[in-house]
Design a protein around this ligand. Structure first.
Ligand code: TRP
Length: 449
């Protein structure tokens, strides 16, 4: 059998996994969800879930990958023949995410260009709405983003991208820190900081918890087989527990900063208006150009910022596509280029539908959501928790936690062993089930608390 590549050192693994995890989920999705679901309470729920559920699932997936040395499509089947379908279900989630991920990638591409050429126009309230509701332009930028993603996956210039990431990702981190400092030190930001950091328990609902749970899985690339793949490349000498902590801290720090950068700015420009706070996917695009517009050389800084976001989005979209394509190659034995073309054709169609959902088809809504919001809801609030819950059930009752623990203990003691067993067997699956069911009922308006 061909020997699987392994990451050269621990920091190599942590960086690669963090590179997959950090993307639009942190910079675009986290701030708008936090703004919408009550600020501080969302942040608190998110943090609690990250150190409990996030930790347990990430350890589990990395250990499964390293133990089986297989891709997610085959890994569950190798652990237990009856559960092979769970691997397929997990691989299906990126298929749902891919089209609209590239559509948002197209928005970011457009804004990078707009910051250079018309920064003050982009700061206008109607700019974003006019842009997304148009028919041609968003589709053009979406196609550009999709094409670049596809070319990288077909021709595999991954090595270059990896090198570039080592420079650009730290730069993104620095500029995010700098922007959040700029924003929190501005006179009008106090109310926003309070909203973001002080939990208000009266806005706690199942919907909030479900949104935070879906966001956690999405942001850390959990419950979709990605971390299994990364685990299969991890050398047996590395400590899984420690690596998991580091990836989690990195990913959460970026999301936290993105919120600190965007939410106080929303307050400053809208006075904490409810509607502005719950504007959803448009939040980053409407608020940040206003901030840049107030800064000296704001156009250049804005362009640099959106360029770095674009880069983070691209590295993520490449790995989403790669996950789907490698699954198809494994299963159907087709050529890489054929697989990539098919997936991108599908992505183009579905992404176009999402884009038109903001324009000529905006009257068409599903349970009160636009098409993009609905796709996002189905993938993140239904499929991810479902796969996460089933993964816990398989580990807790079919292959047994010891199988994972022995893998983790190959490199020293598993400090959180007892916590892990209790979580994976009982607490996580039961709670995910409860959150999932009540969150869905609430979203359909059936349950009101
Ligand atoms: N976690 C990524 C983000 O925060 C998005 C993502 C979802 C992803 N699924 C993925 C990245 C699969 C790589 C592979 O934006």
């Amino acid at each position: 059998m061909e020997k699987r590549n392994t990451f050269s050192g621990k920091i190599g693994f942590v960086l690669a996994a963090a590179g997959s995890a950090v993307g639009l989920g942190n910079l675009w999705r986290f701030p708008y969800l936090a703004a919408k679901y009550g600020g501080g309470i969302f942040l608190l729920v998110y943090l609690v879930l990250a150190i409990t559920f996030g930790f347990v699932l990430m350890v589990t997936e990395i250990a499964i990958g390293r133990k089986t040395q297989l891709s997610p499509l085959s890994a569950f089947g190798a652990l237990n023949a009856k559960w092979g379908w769970l691997g397929k279900l997990a691989t299906f989630v990126p298929v749902l995410i891919f089209p609209y991920y590239c559509l948002i990638g197209g928005w970011v591409t457009k804004y990078t260009a707009a910051m250079l050429t018309q920064a003050s126009a982009a700061a206008d309230d109607s700019y974003f709405g006019n842009y997304v509701s148009a028919t041609g332009e968003p589709l053009f930028w979406f196609a550009v983003f999709l094409l670049v993603t596809m070319l990288v996956v077909i021709f595999g210039v991954n090595k270059g991208i990896e090198k570039l990431s080592k420079i650009l990702m730290p730069l993104l981190f620095i500029i995010t820190v700098a922007l959040s400092i700029y924003i929190v030190t501005r006179p009008g930001s106090k109310a926003g900081i309070r909203y973001y950091l002080m939990p208000d328990f009266s806005s706690l609902s199942f919907k909030t918890v479900l949104a935070a749970l879906g966001q956690l899985f999405y942001s850390m690339s959990l419950a979709m087989g990605i971390m299994i793949t990364y685990g299969s490349y991890l050398s047996k000498d590395e400590n899984i527990e420690k690596s998991t902590r580091q990836i989690e801290i990195f990913d959460t720090a970026i999301a936290f900063l993105a919120g600190l950068m965007i939410i106080p700015a929303v307050f400053e420009y809208s006075g904490g208006d409810k509607e502005a706070l719950s504007s959803g996917p448009s939040l980053m695009f409407v608020t940040l150009p206003k901030v840049f517009n107030t800064m000296p050389a704001g156009g250049i800084i804005g362009a640099l910022f959106f360029f770095l976001v674009l880069f983070a989005a691209l590295t993520s979209s490449i790995s989403i596509l790669e996950a789907i394509v490698s699954g198809i190659i494994d299963r159907f034995k087709v050529k890489r280029s054929v697989a990539a073309l098919i997936v991108c054709a599908y992505g183009l169609v579905l992404g176009t539908v999402c884009s038109l959902g903001f324009g000529i088809w905006s009257d068409f809504t599903i349970i009160g959501m636009s098409i993009l919001d609905f796709m996002d809801f189905v993938s993140n609030s239904i499929f991810l928790p479902l796969v996460g819950m089933l993964t816990c059930v398989v580990v807790g009752f079919v292959i047994k936690p010891d199988a994972i623990i022995s893998e983790v203990e190959l490199n020293g003691p598993f400090k959180m062993k007892h916590f892990y067993v209790a979580m994976v067997k009982w607490i996580a699956p039961l709670l995910i089930f409860a959150i999932l069911v009540s969150g869905i009922l609430q979203s359909f308006g059936i349950l009101k608390i």
